[in-house]
Design a protein around this ligand. Structure first.
Ligand SMILES: [Ca+2]
Ligand SMILES: [Ca+2]
Length: 211
């Protein structure tokens, strides 16, 4: 009888303990976000950095995979790469580095995507960032400026200058000098020459007619 009472007491204690069990504390699931970034190309290789943030500290180690993907930029502009980012306990910010290739080519500004995936102990809120590579090579801009400058000049003068430049690359020196004299005569007899002089005297922009 005493043995039965002891068994009953043991069973009650066990049941009471089970009822009082406190579930293990879990940190709330945090969210991950990657931010867009802009980097300026140079003529040597550089590193662009993208920030990834966790919405709050986590006691669990948070990991997330990342990978680059071509936007308008490709492997001639950057080094395709991938990896795993790890947030230690309490850490809420980490960075991804992408190698940007330098060049002296004039190009439009270009983009690379960096995508997050496969998060552990977190969910992904904003998982795709755009990295913009701002070109630093102004050759095309300079060419446009030069073209605009030439377009503002007299067609007659430009034609004669081009003709004389071409002849200067070959031909006989005396003949070239004679041709130069003839062409300058043609140039100064034209309407554009008069318009150019008038505009200069009157301090205004000339209006050339190509004659
Ligand atoms: Ca460059
Ligand atoms: Ca460039």
């Amino acid at each position: 009888m005493a043995r039965l009472a002891l068994l009953l007491i043991a069973a009650l204690v066990a049941a009471g303990s089970a009822g009082a069990t406190i579930p293990p504390q879990r940190d709330p699931i945090r969210t991950l976000s990657i931010a867009d970034a802009t980097t300026h190309e140079t003529n040597v290789d550089t590193v662009a950095v993208l920030d990834v943030t966790l919405s709050g500290p986590s006691g669990d180690p948070v990991t997330v995979n990342w990978a680059t993907a071509d936007g308008t930029a490709d492997s001639t502009d950057y080094v395709p790469d991938s990896g795993t980012l790890t947030f230690g306990p309490g850490q809420i910010a980490a960075q991804i580095a992408v190698m940007i290739k330098g060049d002296a080519l004039d190009e439009p500004d270009e983009t690379v995507f960096v995508q997050l995936s496969g998060a552990n102990h977190a969910t992904i809120d904003r998982g795709r960032a755009t990295l913009t590579i701002v070109d630093d090579d102004p050759v095309l801009d300079k060419a446009r400026e030069t073209a605009a400058l030439l377009a503002s000049k007299s067609n007659v003068a430009l034609r004669i200058m081009k003709e004389l430049a071409n002849r200067a690359l070959g031909g006989e020196h005396g003949a070239n000098l004679r041709t130069e004299g003839e062409m300058f005569g043609e140039l100064f007899a034209g309407e554009d020459a008069k318009e150019g002089l008038s505009a200069f005297v009157e301090k205004r922009e000339p209006v050339f007619k190509g004659t």
